[in-house]
Design a protein around this ligand. Structure first.
Ligand SMILES: N=CN[C@@H](CCC(=O)O)C(=O)O
Ligand SMILES: [Zn+2]
Length: 404
């Protein structure tokens, strides 16, 4: 049988299907790129095993993890800022004196595509080796047309060379570059009139993002970026309500944003707008933890309003230098009191929805065979213990890429 039609069979396995844990131990068969059988063990006929490669018994199966918010491509490092923050400087102060995102911009502009690729590869490998099968990678450290496109090309190439689905997001409106000091509207003109059209023309961006914050761009400026993105057929998302409540989330939701991310300062008006629009709330506990923030995202309000919640690493050189998705599951629970099921749904089905891949990040008959098998007994253990090395098998598009 050709390799792409190989059948894999797992018996007696506990399945988290992307939204919930199934009540009974299951038998699961994949053939080629698809899950073709998912049935309770007690209804499984041994004849169904014919022609299948036996992948073992027991453990937990989840969809492949979806990390829907990362900044994996960057030059340089910012441990010095980590030390400065420990001595009392805030993220905002560091940004205002030209450090923070801008310090990564200088290093990223200096770096060649190959250098950025070589630096990003081990970061991506760390995610893949923890079970990620879909990852979003943002630009946002180039802040001019050539360097933003350079970052997006690196992100695309990472997806071509690694067994992982990469979605790219243009984040031109991440910070004001030094050459536009005192002319932030002029920079937004560049983003809208040159950067977005160029990225769209080259097919380099799957979405457009903004940083709506006092140290970045106003609600009105972000709205202009969204209109330009949508004029080019690109979906939108926003970093919003991270350090203050400007109302960026509600504006983004009114424009049909796929997601609003961070949202520590989100209020009831913003929650209602997200519910109305069907936007996903992307919870980023790594940045909250690293910046030692105190304002919690409104998890109870989001839950009550049935706004879908995703969880992501936000892996980046400044606010979340953490390349460990399962740690984020743990932090989402310990810091924000999400349940382990909510956290897991956040890094599978809801993570996919935050990328416009609604219906993916789930396991059912007919689903794409992106899945992980873990050496644990219940799905909650994935969020409970901070313990690398539990990934037994990883299947990407029906191919075994990890384990045997
Ligand atoms: N909040 C803005 N942007 C990034 C941080 C980027 C950085 O500090 O380099 C974030 O998602 O946390
Ligand atoms: Zn981010």
């Amino acid at each position: 049988m050709a390799n792409n039609k190989r059948r894999y069979l797992w018996r007696d396995i506990s399945v988290f299907d992307g939204l919930k844990t199934l009540p009974e131990p299951m038998a699961v068969i994949t053939q080629g790129e698809r899950v073709i059988t998912m049935t309770p063990m007690n209804g499984f006929e041994e004849s169904q095993a014919d022609g299948c490669h036996d992948m073992g018994r027991g453990g937990v199966m989840t969809p492949g993890l979806v990390d829907c918010h990362t900044h994996l491509v960057f030059g340089g490092a910012r441990a010095d800022e980590f030390e400065a923050r420990l001595e009392g400087a805030s993220y905002e102060e560091i940004a205002r004196r030209g450090g923070g995102i801008l310090s990564t911009v200088y290093a990223t502009r200096e770096a060649s595509e190959q250098t950025l690729f070589n630096a990003a590869l081990p970061r991506l490998k760390a995610l893949v080796e923890e079970g990620v099968t879909t990852v979003e990678i943002k630009s946002g450290y180039g802040l001019d047309v050539a360097n933003e496109l350079k970052m997006l090309r690196v992100a695309r190439r990472l997806g071509e060379e690694m067994p992982v689905r990469v979605l790219t997001t243009l984040l031109g409106a991440h910070a004001l570059p030094p050459e536009y000091e005192n002319d932030s509207d002029g920079y937004i003109d560049l983003v809208c009139n040159e950067m977005i059209p160029a990225a769209a023309a080259e097919g380099l961006a799957d979405a457009v993002d903004v940083f709506c914050e006092k140290i970045a761009f106003s609600v009105a400026q972000c709205e202009r970026v969204f209109k330009a993105a949508q004029a080019h057929g690109l979906p939108i998302k926003a970093h919003a309500e991270q350090l203050s409540n400007l109302g960026g989330t509600a504006m983004a939701a009114r424009h049909g944003a796929l997601s609003a991310d961070h949202i520590e300062y989100l209020d009831d008006v913003g929650i209602a707008a997200m519910r109305e629009a069907g936007s996903v709330a992307v919870i980023l506990p790594g940045a909250f933890h690293t910046l030692r923030e105190t304002q919690q995202p409104p998890i109870a309000g989001l839950r009550e309003a049935a706004v879908p919640m995703a969880v992501a690493t936000d892996a980046n050189p400044g606010s979340s230098p953490i390349f460990m998705p399962t740690l984020m599951l743990n932090l989402a629970c310990t810091l924000f009191r999400m349940t382990p099921q909510e956290a897991l749904a956040g890094m599978t089905a809801n993570g996919a929805a935050a990328l416009g891949l609604k219906g993916q990040g789930q396991l059912h008959e007919g689903a794409v065979a992106d899945l992980c098998v873990w050496d644990i007994e219940t799905p909650a253990e994935l969020a409970y213990a901070v313990q690398p090395g539990r990934l037994r098998q990883r299947i990407y598009q029906g191919e075994l890429t990890h384990g045997r």
